[in-house]
Design a protein around this ligand. Sequence first.
Ligand code: CU
Length: 208
Amino acid sequence: MRSASIVLALAMVMGAAASFLPSNARALEPPKLSVFFEAGVGNDTIFSLKTIVLPSVPIILNVTIINNSTGPPSPPMAHTFSIRDNTPATRIQIWVNTTGARASVEFAVNSTKEIYYGGQLFQAESSNAGGIKFFCFPHEQAGMVGNIVVGGVSTPQSPELGIFLRAYWIGIIGLVAMLVWTVITYFIIKATSRHHADHSEHIRRGLT
Ligand SMILES: [Cu+2]
């Protein structure tokens, strides 16, 4: 009976601790960055954003481009946002064929070399500046290229998230420690209390 209650008490503590794990798993997912810029600006074969600065890696990067080319020439130029691997084969490519067209793509940047996209991991083509190169398929030779780099600017989100996670763990550890201590004190008090030998003793002490 006593060992059964110990097992039950421990199971309750474990259950309370385990109930926090799913939310913790969500907290450890990589952060997400969304960028939105122009592919083709007026008559220029350029991206309006030439360097995408990631605050940290790994990160989920969501890229949305809009075709902002205006004639002449007419019809307006088609542009892409493209990334090759190091073989070099094109792995990511979205097109915006007409003025005002938008397209989005989302992929994970694990490091300045590695990308995860469409269920596949690949080593990305490096830019001359040391990051990951992106380019426009029809206008790469015309200099329509850009660069994905890590760091360089501090973001307020990262330290706040760090503090949040520390407070989160301190809270969980405190809660579990309190539960464990409650169980321990229960058995200490139980073990040090005198057991009444029979029913008449309970009656004498007014316990029934
Ligand atoms: Cu282009």
